[in-house]
Design a protein around this ligand. Structure first.
Ligand SMILES: N[C@@H](CCC(=O)N[C@@H](CS)C(=O)NCC(=O)O)C(=O)O
Length: 203
């Protein structure tokens, strides 16, 4: 088994943090995104979408999509449960993970990819107007999330879950995208400080 990793990029980090929470060690192979190694014929043969992370199993099966990879390890190593326990908790974790992906991680990624000069070769064409269009959406969602966090410790409830990993990484990714959590969003700030203080977050 081998995990194709991408250094500081947010999606591979989601998987590394998840593995850290599980205490599972998987051999990593770095794909140098800066050198566009993801576009090489060798890596495109592994993932035709030319994105990381990608998990190569011993029988040659390749799993891509960060959450699909996390689900694979969740099934192999159920403790601690990071996708929830029981029908309701599982649904709420799924809901919040999806909300944090669609309304935070992806929009922040759109801002970064469409404005940062280093992304010009990956995001073709860069559309600065699309970055601008996403900024108010991010601010709106951070406000909604802040109000939600007034009533609970973690993104989906009282237990840490994969939704916290997605959310924490999305907030971290705001920095290179030149975005910031408003000062007034004290619940998001409290939650982010707690989640990013976990040892797994160093991944
Ligand atoms: N939906 C995929 C997204 C993967 C993705 O976009 N990975 C980025 C790094 S965070 C990448 O490989 N980018 C390379 C490129 O855009 O050429 C997932 O959840 O894993």
């Amino acid at each position: 088994m081998k995990l194709y990793d991408g250094g500081r990029a947010p999606n591979p980090r989601r998987v590394r943090v998840f593995l850290g929470e599980k205490g599972v060690v998987v051999p990593l192979e770095q794909v140098d995104l800066g050198a566009l190694a993801q576009k090489s014929p060798a890596f495109a043969a592994i993932n035709p979408l030319q994105r990381v992370p990608a998990l190569l199993l011993d029988d040659g099966t390749v799993i891509t999509e960060s959450i699909a990879i996390c689900r694979y390890f969740e099934a192999l190593h159920p403790d601690p449960p990071l996708f929830g326990r029981g029908a309701l908790e599982t649904a709420l974790v799924e809901m919040w993970n999806r909300r944090l992906e669609l309304n935070l991680l992806f929009p922040v990624s759109h801002v970064f990819r469409n404005t940062h000069p280093a992304m010009a070769k990956m995001e073709t064409p860069q559309v600065p107007a699309w970055a601008e269009a996403n900024k108010p959406r991010i601010e709106d969602f951070v406000g909604i999330f802040d109000r939600e966090l007034a009533n609970r410790r973690f993104a989906a409830g009282d237990e840490f879950s994969v939704a916290d990993i997605t959310g924490m990484i999305a907030i971290d990714f705001m920095k290179p995208a030149k975005l910031a959590v408003p000062e007034a969003c004290t619940n998001v700030r409290r939650w982010h400080a707690e989640v990013s203080g976990r040892p797994s977050a160093r991944a």
